[in-house]
Design a binder for this molecule. Structure first.
Ligand code: AMP
Length: 420
């Protein structure tokens, strides 16, 4: 039996990779405009980091984490999300000693053992940003506006921004008690996970994926009325700034997001078009996370977006730019005895920075022309005995169907000028 890619993973073949490249370029450009700096952290960390930060009772850690012991007996886990590793690095390298805020971005694969379906995989890519060192609402808005700008650069026009405040631990305590009380009456009807959540981490009752549980929790108390003055002011500050910047939003009182570390602002950008996996990206504030992970008390706010989901939504809404025009030069050789001369021309083309390739399989001229066409080359240089005798080549423009006979040096000149 042949070996296949593991369940929940996907190969990104060249045509799709080209599309991803567009997303990556726009993301990196946006990061540059917003003065964010790249950080790369390991794909695996000590399991304890995620248990402490994402939360032992969150689905991400409790049900979905790829954790294992390495040969040295260390407890490790493939990262299920990016923030925890970035926070660990921020502490480990003393980035809190740098002028604050520190604005970082990352891009890479994450791993969750979830049930695979369209837009939900076991290895998926996230693009994310984090801002450390300020609790000002302007930082929350910076992250949200970044996301809105990124999506609008991709051409999205109808994403909904859902926003909520999940408060601070102080205002959450009485809320969690009341939520627990609310769930107690319905305990026997809730799923086994929610029965456990009701005891250990009632906030997680709000992000159960089971339809039955969602229905039962529909009229549960709303966190909004429990917010302390400080949290209320912060939330209002964020909403006011969003108004000033004309960023439309919908306050969703039940949105708490699946990770335990959020405080105050929580938000998600949702596409109505891609169904159940409609969340293209989300994030929020995490004022206690650096401390929880063993660092000083430094607030933070961040965002993570799912690349596969964005690509899927772009497919559905047909937002990808038109296929690019053919470009570059294919070096077609008519006689295998001329390969060496053709190779030196090929490398001269490349030295000038032109996209260039040649035949590797001793194919007929006709087959080489076909190959050049299928591979999106604008020009073909034809070199055979006849051309060699005249010290010339043929330069064929595949788009216009025109052909010139000239020296290689002249052709090179034309091609370089044409490109610039
Ligand atoms: P989260 O880290 O759960 O807040 O997720 C942030 C974003 O990552 C989501 O909005 C999705 O776009 C994406 N995402 C999360 N889990 C998956 C998954 N299993 N497969 C694909 N994308 C995901």
């Amino acid at each position: 039996m042949s070996i296949k890619a593991p369940r929940g993973t996907r190969d990104i073949l060249p045509l799709e990779a080209q599309k991803w490249y567009i997303l990556e370029e726009i993301f990196k450009k946006m990061c540059c405009i917003y003065n964010m700096h790249e950080i790369r952290t390991p794909l695996f960390e000590e399991t304890e980091l995620f248990v402490r930060s994402v939360g032992e009772e969150s689905d991400v850690v409790n049900k979905e984490m790829y954790n294992f012991k390495d040969r040295g007996g260390r407890e490790l886990a493939l990262r299920p999300e990016g923030t925890a590793g970035v926070v660990r690095a921020y502490i480990e390298h003393g980035l809190y000693n740098m002028p604050q805020p520190v604005k970082l971005f990352y891009y890479g694969p994450m791993f969750r053992y979830d049930r695979p379906q369209a837009g939900r995989q076991r290895q998926f890519y996230q693009m994310g940003i984090e801002i450390f060192g300020t609790r000002e609402p302007i930082a929350d808005v910076e992250v949200i506006k970044f996301t809105a700008d990124f999506f609008s650069s991709l051409g999205f026009r109808n994403l909904q921004l859902h926003i909520n405040s999940v408060g601070c631990p102080q205002c959450r305590f009485p809320y969690q008690d009341d939520l627990k009380e609310f769930a107690r009456e319905k305990l026997s009807m809730l799923c086994a996970d929610c029965q456990r959540r009701a005891l250990l981490n009632p906030l997680r009752l709000l992000d159960c994926k089971e339809e039955g549980c969602r229905e039962l929790m529909k009229d549960s108390p709303q966190l909004e009325s429990y917010l302390c003055q400080d949290c209320r002011d912060h939330f209002n500050g964020v909403l006011e700034l969003l108004n000033v910047l004309n960023v439309p939003y919908y306050v969703d009182p039940y949105m708490v997001r699946g990770l335990d570390y959020y405080t105050n602002t929580a938000f998600e950008f949702i596409s109505e078009d891609i169904g159940a996996q409609g969340s293209l990206g989300g994030g929020g504030r995490y004022d206690n996370l650096v401390e929880i992970c063993g660092g000083p008390s430094v607030p933070g706010v961040g965002l993570a977006m799912g690349v596969e989901r964005i690509a899927l939504a772009m497919d559905r809404e047909q937002l990808w730019p038109e296929e690019s025009e053919p470009e570059g030069v294919f070096m077609a050789v008519q006689d295998s005895g001329l390969k060496e001369e053709a190779l030196s021309m090929l490398y001269s083309l490349r030295e000038k920075g032109l996209r260039a390739d040649t035949d590797f399989l001793n194919r007929s001229l006709k087959a080489q022309m076909k190959f050049a066409n299928r591979n999106g080359f604008r020009y073909v240089i034809i070199f055979g005995e006849e051309e060699k005798l005249k010290n010339q080549i043929k330069l064929r423009d595949m788009l216009k169907g025109e052909q010139l006979e000239l020296s290689f040096a002249e052709a090179l000149d034309i091609l370089v000028k044409e490109r610039s």
